[in-house]
Design a binder for this molecule. Structure first.
Ligand code: SIN
Length: 527
C-alpha cells in the first residue's frame, strides 16, 4: 500500500499541469494504465485556442464557444475558463513554451471550425499535443512519482462516503492499493469505445465508469463529438486530419468534384463540427466518397508533418492533392459533474480534463478548447488543493466492510461493443437503434455492482466499457431532441422549450442507473 497527498489517475495535459503546480507543495503520484505518453493530449494535432490576437476578446471566444455548444452551457463557466486560459497561455508564452511563430517572429495564430477569428496556437505544426506534453513532462521534478502499467479499477470510499484511494490491477494480475487525501481523475473521455475513432486506443472511459460506480454524478453523456475528417483507407477512418487543414484553405469535395458544404452553412468547411460531420456522413451514405482538396494549402508538408507521415504510411500520395476523409468519434463532452475547481459530488474525488463535465463545452466542443481546458482546470485544482491541504496528513483507512458481489463474466468481444456503438449510438441516432443497443447491453447480464479484482486488465477494461456504453446509450435515448453532436433522426429539431436541461446519470442504492433531467444545473458539490 502507498500513501500520497494527491493521486492523479491519467497522464494527459490536465494531469501534468496539475502535477507541475503541486510539486514541491504536496506528495503527488501519477498512475497510468499504459505509458505516460499514451493519451489523447499527446496525439492532439489541433492547438490551444486563446483570445490573444489583435482585436480578439474573451467575450468573442466565449460567444464562439457557446454557439458551437448550442447554448447548452453556463455562460459564467465559459467566460471564466477563457479568461483564465488567456492568462495561462500568456504565461506559457513568457516561460518559453514552444509555440509556432511566423517569419517575423510573431506567434502564428491559426483558424479552425466555428471560430470567428484566428486564435489557435500550434506547436510543431500539427504536433501541439506532443510538444506540450514533452514540455510539461520536462517541468516535473523527481518528487512526482510516476506509476505506469497499473490500471485503476476501483475508487475506495470510507464509511462517510469520502474517496480515500484507488485499487489498481498490475500487468501481472496482482492488485495494489494506493491511498490519498485527494484522488483526481484525469483519465480523458471515452472516444475509443467507438470502432472509428481519432482517440488513443487506451481512452476507453475508465474514469467515467470508476466515478459512476463510486456514486459520483455524471451529466450529458449523450454528447459525443464526431470529428468530420479522419483519413479514410478501405472505408475505415484511421487517424485524424486536423481541422487546421481546412483552416488553411482545404476544401471538402465529393467524388463528383462538388464542394459539399456550399448551401449547407455560411461558414462552409469551417462550420461547427457536427454540421460538417453530418454532411460528410450523408454524402457517404448516398454512395459518394469525400475528399479534402489540399491544393489551396501552401507548404502542406511543413505545416502538417504528422498528417503527411500518416498519409505516407497508408499509401496516400499527397501529390494528388486529395485526402479521403470520413467522420469518427473524437470527444466526450459530458462526464463527471464538477465545479470550477474540479470538485465532484463525492468528497475527496476530483475530475479534470475530458473526463469532467464542467459546463464549458455544452452540446459540442469548440475546436482547440480542450487543451485549454486541461491547462485551466489543472492549474485551478492545484491552487485549490494547495489551499486546503498540508503535506503528509494521514489518510483514512478503509474500514467499511466490502459488499459481497460477484466477479462478472465478460463474454463479449470489445470490438463488437465498439462496432455496435458506431452503428447504433453513432453520428445519427434513433430510438430504434438505441433500443437495439440497450438490449444487447442487457443481454450481457452484467451489473454495476461487480467485484473486478480477479479480472485481467483487459477484462476490466471491457467491463468498464460496458458501463460507459450503458451511460451514453441511456442518456442518448432519454434526450428526445437533436442538439449539437446529439442528432436523433426521429427527433430532428432542437427543442429549447423542453430540453434546455442537462441529462444526469447517477447510481441508485439498488445499483441501477437513474437518468434524470436537471433544469437548474444544481448539483451538490462536496469539498
Ligand atoms: C483538430 O485538429 O481538428 C482537432 C482539434 C480539436 O479537436 O480541438
Amino acid at each position: 500500500m502507498t500513501n500520497s497527498d494527491v493521486i492523479i489517475i491519467g497522464s494527459g495535459i490536465s494531469a501534468l499541469q496539475l502535477a507541475r503546480h503541486l510539486q514541491g507543495h504536496l506528495n503527488v503520484m501519477i498512475i497510468t494504465k499504459n505509458k505516460m505518453k499514451d493519451s489523447n493530449s499527446y496525439l492532439a494535432q489541433g492547438g490551444i485556442a486563446a483570445p490573444i490576437g489583435t482585436g480578439d476578446k474573451v467575450g468573442l471566444h466565449a460567444r464562439d464557444t457557446i454557439t458551437a455548444g448550442c447554448g447548452h452551457q453556463l455562460e459564467s463557466v465559459v467566460k471564466d475558463a477563457i479568461r483564465d486560459g488567456k492568462r495561462i497561455v500568456a504565461e506559457l508564452i513568457r516561460e518559453g513554451a514552444p509555440f509556432d511563430r511566423n517569419d517575423d517572429g510573431e506567434l502564428s495564430l491559426g483558424m479552425e471550425g466555428a471560430h470567428s477569428m484566428a486564435r489557435i496556437l500550434h506547436s510543431g505544426g500539427d504536433q501541439t499535443g506532443k510538444l506540450m506534453i514533452d514540455y510539461l513532462m520536462e517541468a516535473l521534478n523527481d518528487k512526482v512519482r510516476l506509476v505506469q502499467g497499473e490500471m485503476a479499477f476501483e475508487l475506495l470510499t470510507n464509511e462517510k462516503g469520502r474517496c480515500t484511494g484507488v485499487r489498481t490491477k498490475c500487468e501481472d494480475g496482482s492488485v495494489r492499493v494506493h491511498m490519498a487525501t485527494h484522488v483526481v481523475l484525469a483519465t480523458g473521455g471515452a472516444g475509443a469505445i467507438y470502432s472509428i475513432s481519432s482517440n488513443a486506443p487506451v481512452v476507453t472511459g475508465d474514469g467515467l465508469a470508476l466515478a459512476f460506480r463510486a456514486g459520483a454524478v455524471l451529466a450529458d453523456m449523450e454528447f459525443i463529438q464526431f470529428h468530420p475528417t479522419l483519413l479514410t483507407v478501405d472505408q475505415h477512418g484511421v487517424g485524424l486530419v486536423s481541422e487546421a487543414v481546412r483552416g488553411e484553405g482545404a476544401l471538402l469535395l465529393n467524388d463528383a468534384g462538388e464542394r459539399i458544404m456550399e448551401g449547407v452553412h455560411s461558414q462552409l468547411e469551417l462550420a461547427p463540427r457536427h454540421i460538417v460531420a453530418e454532411k460528410i456522413n450523408s454524402e457517404r451514405l448516398a454512395g459518394r466518397e469525400v475528399f479534402l482538396d489540399i491544393t489551396p494549402v501552401k507548404a502542406f508538408e511543413t505545416k502538417f508533418p504528422s498528417i503527411t507521415r500518416m498519409c505516407e504510411q497508408h499509401g496516400i500520395s499527397l501529390a494528388m492533392g486529395k485526402i479521403p476523409v470520413s467522420p469518427g468519434c473524437h470527444f466526450t463532452m459530458g462526464g463527471v459533474v464538477t465545479d470550477e475547481y474540479g470538485r465532484t459530488s463525492v468528497k475527496g474525488l476530483y475530475a479534470i480534463g475530458e473526463v469532467a463535465c464542467t459546463g464549458l463545452h455544452g452540446a459540442n466542443r469548440l475546436a482547440s478548447n480542450s487543451l485549454l481546458e486541461g491547462l485551466v482546470y489543472g492549474e485551478r485544482l492545484a491552487s485549490y488543493l494547495k489551499g486546503v491541504s498540508e503535506p503528509g496528513l494521514p489518510v483514512e483507512e478503509i474500514r467499511y466492510p466490502r459488499p459481497a458481489c460477484e466477479t462478472p463474466d465478460i463474454r463479449f468481444d470489445p470490438q463488437e461493443l465498439k462496432e455496435r456503438m458506431m452503428m447504433d449510438v453513432g453520428i445519427i441516432r434513433s430510438g430504434h437503434g438505441l433500443t437495439r443497443h440497450m438490449k444487447w447491453l442487457k443481454s450481457q447480464k452484467l451489473s454495476f455492482q461487480a467485484n473486478l479484482e480477479r479480472l485481467s486488465q483487459k477484462e476490466i477494461q471491457s467491463y468498464l466499457m460496458w458501463v460507459v456504453s450503458t451511460l451514453i446509450t441511456q442518456a442518448a435515448f432519454s434526450r428526445t431532441e437533436s442538439r449539437g453532436a446529439h442528432i436523433r433522426s426521429d427527433f430532428p429539431e432542437e427543442n429549447n422549450v423542453h430540453w434546455y436541461k442537462r441529462t444526469i446519470g447517477l447510481l441508485k442504492d439498488n445499483h441501477q442507473l437513474k437518468v434524470v433531467h436537471d433544469e437548474q444545473h444544481q448539483i451538490e458539490i462536496y469539498a
